[in-house]
Design a protein around this ligand. Structure first.
Ligand SMILES: [Zn+2]
Length: 238
Protein backbone atom coordinates (compact mmCIF):
# COMPACT_ATOMS: atom_id res chain seq x y z
CA UNK A 1 0.00 0.00 0.00
CA UNK A 2 2.81 2.40 0.82
CA UNK A 3 5.02 1.61 -2.14
CA UNK A 4 5.49 4.71 -4.26
CA UNK A 5 3.43 4.38 -7.40
CA UNK A 6 4.75 5.55 -10.75
CA UNK A 7 4.43 9.31 -11.13
CA UNK A 8 1.93 8.96 -13.94
CA UNK A 9 -0.37 7.10 -11.55
CA UNK A 10 0.31 9.33 -8.57
CA UNK A 11 -0.38 12.66 -10.25
CA UNK A 12 -4.11 12.18 -10.87
CA UNK A 13 -4.53 10.85 -7.33
CA UNK A 14 -2.88 13.96 -5.91
CA UNK A 15 -5.06 16.21 -8.04
CA UNK A 16 -8.17 14.36 -6.87
CA UNK A 17 -7.01 14.52 -3.26
CA UNK A 18 -6.46 18.25 -3.42
CA UNK A 19 -9.89 18.80 -4.98
CA UNK A 20 -11.62 16.79 -2.31
CA UNK A 21 -9.59 18.24 0.52
CA UNK A 22 -9.19 21.93 -0.26
CA UNK A 23 -10.22 22.74 3.28
CA UNK A 24 -7.64 25.10 4.68
CA UNK A 25 -4.06 26.00 5.47
CA UNK A 26 -3.52 22.76 7.35
CA UNK A 27 -3.50 21.02 3.98
CA UNK A 28 0.03 22.27 3.42
CA UNK A 29 2.67 19.63 4.03
CA UNK A 30 3.17 16.02 3.19
CA UNK A 31 0.20 13.68 2.86
CA UNK A 32 2.20 10.63 3.86
CA UNK A 33 0.71 9.34 7.12
CA UNK A 34 2.84 8.32 10.07
CA UNK A 35 2.05 6.33 13.21
CA UNK A 36 2.13 9.52 15.29
CA UNK A 37 -1.17 10.31 17.03
CA UNK A 38 -1.85 13.89 15.96
CA UNK A 39 -3.55 15.95 18.65
CA UNK A 40 -2.86 19.54 17.65
CA UNK A 41 -3.18 22.07 14.89
CA UNK A 42 0.61 22.28 14.75
CA UNK A 43 0.27 26.07 14.68
CA UNK A 44 1.36 28.76 17.07
CA UNK A 45 -1.14 31.13 18.58
CA UNK A 46 -4.81 30.82 19.44
CA UNK A 47 -5.95 28.01 17.15
CA UNK A 48 -8.14 24.99 17.75
CA UNK A 49 -9.50 22.10 15.70
CA UNK A 50 -12.90 20.52 16.30
CA UNK A 51 -13.57 16.83 15.70
CA UNK A 52 -17.03 15.30 15.85
CA UNK A 53 -17.23 11.58 16.58
CA UNK A 54 -19.73 8.72 16.37
CA UNK A 55 -21.99 10.06 13.61
CA UNK A 56 -23.40 10.67 11.22
CA UNK A 57 -26.64 11.06 13.12
CA UNK A 58 -29.96 12.07 11.53
CA UNK A 59 -30.98 14.36 14.39
CA UNK A 60 -27.82 16.29 15.18
CA UNK A 61 -25.45 16.07 12.22
CA UNK A 62 -27.66 18.22 9.91
CA UNK A 63 -28.03 20.86 12.65
CA UNK A 64 -24.31 20.82 13.24
CA UNK A 65 -23.54 21.12 9.52
CA UNK A 66 -25.88 24.11 9.25
CA UNK A 67 -24.09 25.70 12.18
CA UNK A 68 -20.56 25.08 10.85
CA UNK A 69 -21.63 26.50 7.49
CA UNK A 70 -22.95 29.63 9.20
CA UNK A 71 -19.81 29.91 11.33
CA UNK A 72 -17.65 29.41 8.24
CA UNK A 73 -15.12 26.83 9.37
CA UNK A 74 -14.34 23.20 8.68
CA UNK A 75 -14.09 20.30 11.11
CA UNK A 76 -13.22 16.62 11.17
CA UNK A 77 -16.00 14.01 11.26
CA UNK A 78 -15.01 10.62 12.67
CA UNK A 79 -17.66 8.26 11.32
CA UNK A 80 -18.81 4.81 12.32
CA UNK A 81 -18.96 2.63 9.22
CA UNK A 82 -22.32 1.32 10.39
CA UNK A 83 -23.73 4.85 10.58
CA UNK A 84 -22.23 5.81 7.22
CA UNK A 85 -24.00 2.83 5.70
CA UNK A 86 -27.30 3.84 7.30
CA UNK A 87 -27.11 7.56 6.46
CA UNK A 88 -25.21 7.94 3.16
CA UNK A 89 -26.86 11.28 2.39
CA UNK A 90 -25.29 12.73 5.52
CA UNK A 91 -21.85 11.46 4.51
CA UNK A 92 -22.32 13.15 1.14
CA UNK A 93 -23.28 16.42 2.80
CA UNK A 94 -20.30 16.33 5.19
CA UNK A 95 -17.98 16.02 2.18
CA UNK A 96 -19.89 18.53 0.05
CA UNK A 97 -19.57 21.09 2.86
CA UNK A 98 -15.78 20.72 2.78
CA UNK A 99 -15.24 18.86 6.03
CA UNK A 100 -12.60 16.20 6.54
CA UNK A 101 -13.36 12.51 7.05
CA UNK A 102 -11.99 10.21 9.72
CA UNK A 103 -12.48 6.45 10.11
CA UNK A 104 -13.80 5.68 13.60
CA UNK A 105 -14.21 1.91 13.02
CA UNK A 106 -17.24 -0.05 11.88
CA UNK A 107 -19.27 -0.04 15.11
CA UNK A 108 -17.07 1.36 17.85
CA UNK A 109 -15.66 -1.79 19.40
CA UNK A 110 -12.58 -1.54 21.60
CA UNK A 111 -9.76 -2.42 19.17
CA UNK A 112 -7.05 -2.21 21.84
CA UNK A 113 -6.35 -5.96 21.98
CA UNK A 114 -7.08 -6.81 18.33
CA UNK A 115 -4.46 -8.22 15.97
CA UNK A 116 -3.31 -6.16 12.98
CA UNK A 117 -5.31 -8.44 10.66
CA UNK A 118 -8.51 -7.94 12.66
CA UNK A 119 -7.93 -4.19 12.79
CA UNK A 120 -7.19 -4.02 9.07
CA UNK A 121 -10.43 -5.87 8.22
CA UNK A 122 -12.54 -3.52 10.36
CA UNK A 123 -10.89 -0.35 9.04
CA UNK A 124 -11.26 -1.51 5.43
CA UNK A 125 -14.93 -2.33 6.02
CA UNK A 126 -15.44 1.12 7.48
CA UNK A 127 -13.76 2.82 4.53
CA UNK A 128 -15.88 0.74 2.15
CA UNK A 129 -19.03 1.86 3.96
CA UNK A 130 -17.97 5.51 3.68
CA UNK A 131 -17.02 5.11 0.02
CA UNK A 132 -20.34 3.43 -0.74
CA UNK A 133 -21.76 6.90 -0.02
CA UNK A 134 -18.90 8.94 -1.51
CA UNK A 135 -16.78 6.99 -4.00
CA UNK A 136 -13.12 8.16 -3.89
CA UNK A 137 -13.70 9.86 -0.54
CA UNK A 138 -10.46 11.11 0.97
CA UNK A 139 -10.48 9.49 4.44
CA UNK A 140 -7.58 11.29 5.99
CA UNK A 141 -7.65 10.18 9.61
CA UNK A 142 -8.33 7.24 11.89
CA UNK A 143 -9.48 7.71 15.49
CA UNK A 144 -9.51 4.71 17.86
CA UNK A 145 -12.78 4.16 19.74
CA UNK A 146 -12.32 5.03 23.44
CA UNK A 147 -8.78 6.18 22.64
CA UNK A 148 -7.83 2.51 22.93
CA UNK A 149 -5.06 2.56 20.34
CA UNK A 150 -3.38 -0.85 20.70
CA UNK A 151 -1.84 -1.73 17.36
CA UNK A 152 -4.15 0.51 15.34
CA UNK A 153 -1.75 3.40 14.55
CA UNK A 154 0.52 1.26 12.36
CA UNK A 155 -2.42 -0.32 10.54
CA UNK A 156 -4.09 3.05 9.99
CA UNK A 157 -0.87 4.55 8.58
CA UNK A 158 -0.42 1.52 6.32
CA UNK A 159 -3.93 2.13 4.96
CA UNK A 160 -3.17 5.81 4.33
CA UNK A 161 -4.77 7.33 7.42
CA UNK A 162 -3.14 9.47 10.10
CA UNK A 163 -4.01 8.53 13.69
CA UNK A 164 -5.98 11.41 15.19
CA UNK A 165 -6.27 11.98 18.92
CA UNK A 166 -7.25 14.99 21.02
CA UNK A 167 -6.04 17.30 23.76
CA UNK A 168 -9.42 18.25 25.17
CA UNK A 169 -12.47 16.07 25.78
CA UNK A 170 -15.42 17.54 27.66
CA UNK A 171 -17.51 14.47 28.46
CA UNK A 172 -20.33 15.36 26.07
CA UNK A 173 -21.10 11.63 25.71
CA UNK A 174 -22.79 11.99 29.12
CA UNK A 175 -24.49 15.33 28.43
CA UNK A 176 -24.08 17.53 31.53
CA UNK A 177 -26.15 20.47 30.25
CA UNK A 178 -25.20 23.04 27.63
CA UNK A 179 -23.99 25.62 30.16
CA UNK A 180 -21.62 23.10 31.67
CA UNK A 181 -20.30 22.06 28.25
CA UNK A 182 -19.70 25.71 27.39
CA UNK A 183 -17.81 26.17 30.66
CA UNK A 184 -15.67 23.06 30.10
CA UNK A 185 -14.82 24.15 26.56
CA UNK A 186 -13.92 27.73 27.46
CA UNK A 187 -11.86 26.69 30.48
CA UNK A 188 -10.27 23.65 28.89
CA UNK A 189 -9.13 24.80 25.48
CA UNK A 190 -5.41 25.43 25.06
CA UNK A 191 -3.56 26.88 22.04
CA UNK A 192 -3.33 24.32 19.24
CA UNK A 193 -5.69 21.80 20.85
CA UNK A 194 -7.67 19.25 18.93
CA UNK A 195 -11.03 19.22 20.72
CA UNK A 196 -13.05 16.00 20.81
CA UNK A 197 -16.82 16.43 20.54
CA UNK A 198 -19.67 14.15 19.46
CA UNK A 199 -22.50 14.50 16.98
CA UNK A 200 -23.63 10.87 17.25
CA UNK A 201 -23.90 7.87 19.55
CA UNK A 202 -26.83 9.37 21.46
CA UNK A 203 -28.60 12.71 21.73
CA UNK A 204 -25.88 15.29 21.17
CA UNK A 205 -28.11 18.35 20.96
CA UNK A 206 -26.25 19.95 23.86
CA UNK A 207 -22.98 19.62 21.97
CA UNK A 208 -24.38 21.47 18.95
CA UNK A 209 -25.82 24.17 21.21
CA UNK A 210 -22.49 24.52 23.01
CA UNK A 211 -20.54 24.90 19.73
CA UNK A 212 -23.04 27.57 18.67
CA UNK A 213 -22.10 29.60 21.75
CA UNK A 214 -18.42 28.81 22.22
CA UNK A 215 -17.06 29.43 18.73
CA UNK A 216 -18.23 33.07 18.47
CA UNK A 217 -17.02 33.77 22.00
CA UNK A 218 -13.58 32.31 21.34
CA UNK A 219 -13.32 34.10 18.00
CA UNK A 220 -14.08 37.39 19.70
CA UNK A 221 -11.16 36.59 22.01
CA UNK A 222 -8.84 36.04 19.02
CA UNK A 223 -9.14 32.30 18.44
CA UNK A 224 -9.23 30.74 14.97
CA UNK A 225 -10.61 27.33 14.04
CA UNK A 226 -8.66 25.18 11.63
CA UNK A 227 -7.83 21.52 11.00
CA UNK A 228 -5.44 19.18 12.82
CA UNK A 229 -1.84 19.26 11.67
CA UNK A 230 -0.87 17.28 8.63
CA UNK A 231 2.16 15.03 8.96
CA UNK A 232 5.20 16.93 7.79
CA UNK A 233 3.73 20.33 8.57
CA UNK A 234 4.68 19.83 12.21
CA UNK A 235 8.37 19.94 11.34
CA UNK A 236 8.12 23.70 10.75
CA UNK A 237 7.31 24.16 14.44
CA UNK A 238 10.18 25.45 16.51
ZN1 LIG B 1 -16.26 7.45 19.57
Amino acid sequence: MRATPARSLLAPLLVLGSLVASAGPADAGSREPTTEIVDSTGQDGLTGALTFDDGPDPANTPRLLDLLLAQGHTAVFCLWGEHARRYPDLVRRIVADGHVLCNHSMNHQDLGTWTPDQIRADLLNTNAAIRAAVPQADIRYFCAPYGSWGQTPAVAAELGMQPLGWRLAVGDWEPPGTDELVRRLLEGITPGAVVLLHDGGGDRGQTVDAVARVVPELRAAGWRFTLPARPGSRHVES
